[in-house]
Design a protein around this ligand. Structure first.
Ligand SMILES: [Ca+2]
Length: 342
């Protein structure tokens, strides 16, 4: 057993040994075309800041600097639309992200090469979470991998080496929400029940699955957050979610947070989420007697009256009630919820 652990550690070290810098290469001048290739646009942003913003966005593969007035930075998915031959059309300088990874691709959030899009063959099983699934696999690779289950559901798993005691943590990612991402979190009850989005970008895994996963013992929740300044925070809880019979009621305890990170779930505030049922725009379980907090905030959540946390709101909103927020912070650009066995 110990020998097996050392083999796994060596595998993980080799993965980490691949770490290389990513950078951008000037492609040339293109016409400024509108289209679905544009993920998000920022006015009055310098080229270096635009490159940094692209690296921070998991969907971004290229950026354009458009010399309008003011200068505009556009993050794109790397597709180049058909060029407009109108010479009076505004032009942009296009920069592509260079992938220096020996294999896989550069993950801008984790700043390492990952095999994110590989979908591994797995034995037939009844697993719904990564802890169960990875326990069945004889060959373990460190880092992030996606697995498509026989049910058709795809899991995003992350294997993390615990320093002490010698242990491999098998994380199941249950939510990811990125500023500039395509996925709209303003969904109804059924969509939150079954899940939406894509595990390789932004998604909600589904309330039925969250209930099942926590019921299966994955009761350690970690919330990863990155502020627009680049500052990272984590909040951790003992976590479980009831079944639909009880409207997916949230039960959390044992808060632990990184320095300065507040606890908007369990501090006893009138907006705290602990003990609340899930509310969506078409099912009102909140404590707001005159309205629906999910309608106001454009996202399903364990709303109270209304909330001190909402990781499913809208990025870039300065109004606290509307935005993605955690305790006093509204200036977030990336949030992720992951669970594992304690
Ligand atoms: Ca209400």
């Amino acid at each position: 057993m110990i020998l097996q652990h050392f083999v796994i550690i060596l595998t993980l070290l080799c993965v980490n040994g691949e770490i290389q810098q990513s950078h951008f290469k000037f492609f040339g001048e293109v016409f400024k075309n509108e289209g679905s290739h544009v993920l998000v646009q920022y006015p009055s942003v310098s080229k270096s800041r635009c490159a940094a913003l692209c690296r921070e966005n998991t969907r971004c593969q290229a950026f354009e600097i458009c010399k309008d007035d003011p200068q505009e930075c556009r993050l794109t998915n790397g597709d180049t639309p058909v060029q407009n031959n109108n010479s009076s059309h505004p032009r942009c300088q296009l920069y592509y992200m260079v992938n220096d990874c020996e294999s896989g691709h550069w993950d801008r959030i984790q700043e390492k090469c990952v095999q994110q899009n590989s979908t591994n063959a797995i034995p037939i099983n009844n697993c719904v979470d990564c802890h169960c699934l990875l326990g069945l696999l004889s060959v373990l690779e460190g880092g992030e991998t996606t697995y498509t289950l026989s049910s058709g559901k795809t899991l995003f798993c992350d294997l993390e080496l615990g320093i002490l005691p010698l242990y491999i943590y098998k994380w199941t990612i249950i939510q990811r929400h990125t500023m500039g991402g395509y996925v709209d979190f303003d969904k109804d009850w059924n969509e939150y029940k079954h899940g939406f989005g894509s595990v390789t970008s932004d998604f909600w895994i589904g309330n039925d699955v969250i209930h099942q996963i926590t019921n299966n013992g994955n009761t350690f929740l970690q919330i990863k957050m990155i502020k627009t300044s680049g500052y990272s925070m984590t909040a951790e809880y003992s976590f479980s979610v009831d079944s639909e019979m009880n409207d997916y009621r949230l039960q959390v305890s044992n808060f632990r947070g990184s320095y300065g990170t507040g606890d908007p779930f369990t501090t006893g505030c009138p907006e705290c989420a602990n003990g609340m049922k899930f509310t969506t725009k078409d099912r009102d379980n909140d404590n707001n007697g005159t309205g629906n907090c999910a309608v106001v905030s454009k996202g399903g959540w364990w709303h109270n009256f209304c909330q001190r946390s909402n990781l499913n709101g809208r990025f870039g909103e300065t109004d606290y009630r509307l935005g993605v927020n955690w305790d006093s912070y509204t200036n977030l650009r990336y949030v992720e919820m992951r669970v594992r066995n304690p």
